[in-house]
Write a protein that binds this ligand. Structure first.
Ligand code: PGA
Length: 251
């Protein structure tokens, strides 16, 4: 049995005081719901406020990106050691918004992934097809290729710290959701790719989330699917009640 991971991705939302208020609102709503892991990935400047607010609860705080270099002339970037020293264990890498607006490629996603894993972090690796690729019937090939490229030179041991978030780009922030069947099928394609690369045990154990307009209404059906081990949630993670209902669906 894989343990589900319900993770919020706040994107560029919430000031530190708003972060504190939201976490404090979520805390009692998810208290004692220990059948899944609960995480908020937050803007760098919110990390301390969110950690402080989450203290003593079952909510973990992660980051939304990390650079691949140890340090140096990369203005505006944050290194893995900066995050780990702040007590951050989880980091999102390769989100489609990073790929779309900030020039991330499978190559840089792979470099960031390896740097985070080398620092002992857990990586939520995001991948997924764009609308034209789904309509052209090449979704399976696209996600298999991304899985291979993004995990290049990641060892079987390191893979234990990798979570994959399958996020069809056409479903992110659009209100369009993959059907539970589509989510299950494509998460299954990713799992099979992991099996081909790392073997059956690794494929059985890896957590594969679905992301893309998951909300309080559709979470139950999506999370009920065999290959869907949780959710990466954008919009609905900014509302305490909605997020806690999704956590309930994972119990
Ligand atoms: P959404 O975002 O839930 O707002 O569609 C999901 C994501 O981008 O991770």
């Amino acid at each position: 049995m894989r343990r589900k991971l319900i993770a919020g991705n706040w994107k560029m939302n919430m000031t530190p005081s708003q972060a504190k208020a939201l976490i404090e609102e979520v805390k009692p709503l998810v208290a004692g719901k220990d059948n899944c892991d609960i995480l908020f990935c937050v803007p760098f400047v919110d990390i301390f406020a969110a950690q402080e607010a989450a203290k003593g609860s079952n909510i973990k705080i992660g980051a939304e990106n990390v650079h691949f270099a140890e340090k140096g002339a990369y203005t505006g970037e944050i290194s893995a050691s900066m995050l780990t020293e702040c007590g951050v264990e989880y980091v999102i890498i390769g989100h489609s918004e990073r790929r779309q607006y900030f020039g991330e490629t499978d190559e840089t996603v792979n470099l960031r992934t390896k740097a985070a894993l080398a620092a002992g972090m857990k990586v939520i690796l995001c991948l997924g097809e764009v609308k034209d690729q789904r309509l052209s019937g090449i979704t399976d090939e696209v996600v298999a290729m991304q899985t291979k490229l993004d995990l290049k030179d990641v060892t079987e041991e390191q893979l234990k710290n990798v979570i994959i978030a399958y996020e069809p780009v056409w479903a992110i922030g659009t209100g369009l959701t993959a059907t539970p069947e589509q989510a299950d099928e494509t998460c299954g394609v990713i799992r099979n790719t992991i099996k081909a690369l790392y073997g059956e045990k690794a494929a059985d154990e890896i957590i594969i989330q679905y992301g893309g307009s998951m909300n309080a209404q559709n979470a139950k059906e999506l999370l009920a699917k065999e290959n869907v081990d949780g959710g990466l949630i954008g919009g609905a993670s900014l509302k305490a009640k909605d997020f806690s209902i999704i956590v309930d669906c994972a119990q």
